[in-house]
Design a protein around this ligand. Structure first.
Ligand code: PHE
Length: 454
């Protein structure tokens, strides 16, 4: 009985995995993380994290998904009895993330529209917080829904729902096949423009000048691991779910390396464009790069609108391309975030995809509404902090302990993926999964806990 949905092509799977990985984290988080944690020298902990944890765990999750061909909770249960909770937990985390991720996409969609006529005016900060988000001092849901934000949220959810409802091949795969190439073209233009603006070189110098003294700071290493986990969508159940739709024979080793390297390549490339543009703004304002640089909503919705307004020409086009890139990158990630829950409840309750997609997307949409109130941004910050502290890293740690020490299946997993791949993974992988990754992640979890409860 093989009724499980499948990807149409191998490229479709790899594109979907890359689509999940490339998201807001690559465009608005990574550039600042790189800048703040030592610039060029941050690439050392970053690549260390990528090759000792990022790609090894990606491979591990691809193996779990492919080998057990189930959604995350049931794949983990089949791997080790009594461990399905390790699949439900990230599924719930994904559900929470997507409720606000979709809202941020809705903001980006709105800003795409505001690009026409540069509607944010001169004071982009006041525009964001006052005119657009209408933040209230005391966060309350009572403030009521803000319909001008609810509308784009509805649009975002309609798009996500459309694709997950249609299924793996006709929906998710097709979405990624259209959106990812388009995204690459758009970001290439944005980056090209960013690095050729006057003052860009100064921005790039700030971004890349190494500060090796930072390497002694454990927080820098935590930042590297956190970035790799969130950015690669690992330890969130996504990659297990996506790999469970692979055909019997699939080159897992190759796919894991392509996904990992494409995601890192993309974020590095995006960082150049972002800091080139930041350098330009500093140049125009006669300010210092460090006073202009920022991340998250501040970067995308305060600094970038300013940059767009200051451009010598084609401002509106640049705005549409930048915010459009955010929307596309985010949509493919949002699709993967809901798919984790959809796949899981389909199996749990034996629901059809249509029913599961309707219920999951419907519930997540209602959850999203919380962030469209006057207190929205506060809730978003709280939830985001909580997810970062207790999401990814901890789940990743438990996964490697489970496979490396509880069921002791690293050798089996490697033999399994090696027989169907172009190239073989060596025993370094077992060493990472059993020793390096658990030790590093364990130490980081402790540091995080100390920070959280001190
Ligand atoms: N990787 C996505 C990003 O960089 C976010 C994401 C996290 C998507 C976890 C799915 C699961 O924005």
């Amino acid at each position: 009985m093989s009724t499980r949905e499948q990807w149409g092509t191998r490229a479709g799977f790899v594109l979907a995995a890359i689509g999940s990985a490339i998201g807001l984290g690559n465009i608005w988080r990574y550039p600042y993380v790189l800048y703040e944690n030592g610039g060029g020298s941050f690439l050392i902990p970053y690549f260390f994290a990528l090759f000792t944890a990022g790609i090894p765990i990606l491979l591990l999750e691809f193996w779990i998904g492919h080998r057990y061909r189930k959604a995350a909770p049931y794949a983990l249960r089949d791997l080790a009895r009594g461990w399905s909770w390790l699949g439900w937990w990230p599924a719930m985390v994904c559900f929470v993330i997507v409720t606000y991720y979709a809202v941020v996409l809705a903001w980006a969609l709105s800003y795409m529209y505001f690009s026409f006529g540069l509607q944010w005016g001169d004071d982009t900060k006041a525009f964001l917080y006052g005119n657009f988000l209408k933040l209230t001092d005391s966060p309350s849901v009572v403030g009521g829904l803000q319909w001008h934000i609810v509308l784009p949220v509805v649009i975002v959810w309609a798009i996500v729902f459309f694709y997950v409802y249609r299924g793996v091949r006709k929906g998710i795969e097709r979405a990624n096949k259209v959106m990812i190439p388009l995204l690459l073209v758009m970001i290439a233009i944005v980056v090209f423009r960013g690095v050729t603006l006057p003052g860009a070189v100064d921005g790039l110098n700030h971004l890349l000048t190494p500060d090796f003294s930072k390497l002694a700071n454990p927080q820098v290493w935590i930042a590297a691991y956190s970035q790799v986990f969130f950015s690669l969508s690992i330890a969130f159940g996504v990659m297990i779910t996506y790999a469970s739709y692979l055909p019997k024979r699939a080159d897992i080793n190759n796919s894991a390396f392509i996904t990992g390297l494409a995601n890192s390549g993309f974020e590095f490339f995006a960082a150049l464009g972002v800091f080139g543009a930041i350098g330009f703004l500093a140049h125009v304002q006669g300010a210092d790069v460090k006073d202009v640089a920022s991340a998250g909503p501040g970067l995308a919705f305060v600094v970038f609108p300013k940059i767009i307004s200051e451009l010598p020409a084609l401002n509106e086009l640049f705005g549409v391309l930048f915010f459009g890139a955010l929307v596309l990158a985010g949509l493919t990630s949002a699709i993967s975030l809901v798919e984790v829950s959809i796949a899981a409840v389909m199996e749990k309750f034996s629901w059809s995809r249509q029913k599961a997609a309707s219920i999951v997307c419907g519930a997540a949409f209602v959850g999203s509404l919380v962030y469209t109130t006057g207190g929205g941004l506060y809730y978003l910050d709280i939830v985001d902090h909580f997810i970062n502290a207790f999401g990814g890293l901890l789940v990743g740690l438990l996964e490697v302990i489970l496979v490396g020490w509880v069921v002791k299946k690293t050798a089996e997993a490697r033999a399994y993926t090696n027989t169907m791949s172009d190239f073989a993974i060596g025993s370094w992988w077992d060493f990472c999964v059993r020793y390096v990754t658990p030790i590093v992640l364990g130490a980081m979890t402790l540091l995080n806990l100390v920070k959280e409860f001190r």
